[in-house]
Design a protein around this ligand. Sequence first.
Ligand code: PGA
Length: 247
Amino acid sequence: MKKLIVGNWKMNPGTLAEAKKAFEKIRSGAVRLRGVETVICPPAVYLAAFSAPKGMLGAQDVFYEVEGAHTGELSAPQLKSAGVKYVIVGHSERRALGESDEVVNKKVRAALAASLIPILCVGERVRDPEHRYLHDVREQLRAGVRGVLRASLPKVVVAYEPVWAIGKGAKALDASEALHMNLYIKKALADIGGDMAGKTRILYGGSVDAANAVSFLTEGKMDGLLVGRESLTPAKFLALISHADEI
Ligand code: PGA
């Protein structure tokens, strides 16, 4: 199975011209790699302007209704028609703005209904010594896939992103700890969805760079990575995906 490496550009870069230039550089390098599936999630306003190979575009969010009076929102079918394959759902930066588990779940189901692949983000804000955070991650998973048919669970991608490991000044999780969380999430998914859940891909995200990426994929046995800052600089992101391709 190819490693799934997703670049989340968040609210960057500032202009369409910069976005097109960066995307083109990444695209031309990424298409040569056989062992990696590369996805870029730019700000939605840039999506339609990219000439992307099938499957290389992702969105950073989706609304759960299909159409109607929902000012400012984008539906799953709209994203699909703009060439999107994956959509990030429940990123911690959106949860911090008030997005609840219930809303995240509606978005996961809306994505699946439109044949988009949801990347369901879960992760604790802090690690407490009593390990209550494990329970919180399990609950985010359970709530996130509530109502999803067992047969559809392999279509969901889970991104484990400890919130404390995300962003400037943060430190990535240790790869050995990533393995622990990978196994914990697999077990939690199996409890929820039985055998089918074994096919759900699990990504790690939080301060991933070209130097540590391989350790999450090998030692951490992750199926892929969700990359923020490092996906904005084509040279750095290309180094990262090339390292992953060599595994
Ligand atoms: P980061 O962001 O790689 O910049 O830490 C990761 C994310 O928010 O998905």
